[in-house]
Design a protein around this ligand. Structure first.
Ligand code: FES
Length: 157
């Protein structure tokens, strides 16, 4: 047993020395400093639910608005199981976005517009209406106000 422990010690010692060098410590510190911090990736959103309550929701840069809503319990994640947006009903991820935030995101795609038209049953869809699954959160959208459900008259909010 003692011999096994001695041999094990001989094998571990060089590894331990390697990991304790100052070069390794410097690399570790640099990696930590350059790694994105979670707190810097948060996008704060105010969600107005169907009952008019204002709810704070935190999303992350690169995440879809729909994902942020599901993680906050405001939407059922099982409601979007289809891989392609054009194959989805869009009923549960329809949101209404105030004008100042709409200008900070790419316009709706043809697929998104098709789903919105199909879901609303109307020929024309309100400009504020988006599919939450198609809105990708960015730093520019920090502070965004979003209403759930059908079209909203933003001047009443
Ligand atoms: S969740 Fe299906 S269209 Fe957005």
């Amino acid at each position: 047993m003692a011999m096994v422990m001695r041999r094990l010690g001989q094998r571990i010692a060089p590894i331990a020395r390697f990991h304790s060098t100052s070069a390794t410590a410097a690399v570790s510190a640099a990696t930590r400093a350059s790694a994105p911090r979670v707190v810097d990736q948060i996008v704060k959103i105010t969600v107005i639910d169907e009952d008019g309550h204002r709810l704070p929701v935190n999303g992350f840069v690169g995440q879809s608005l729909f994902k942020a809503l599901t993680r906050s319990g405001l939407r059922d994640p099982r409601s979007h199981l289809l891989e392609y947006v054009s194959a989805c009903s869009g009923e549960t991820c329809q949101v209404s976005i105030a004008n100042e935030w709409l200008q900070k995101m790419p316009p709706r795609t043809e697929d998104e517009l098709d789903v919105l038209v199909r879901a609303s049953g109307k020929e024309k869809v309100d400009v504020h209406t988006r599919l939450g699954c198609q809105v990708v959160l960015t730093h520019d959208l920090d502070g965004m106000v979003v209403a759930l459900g059908q079209e909203k008259a933003w001047y009443y909010l």
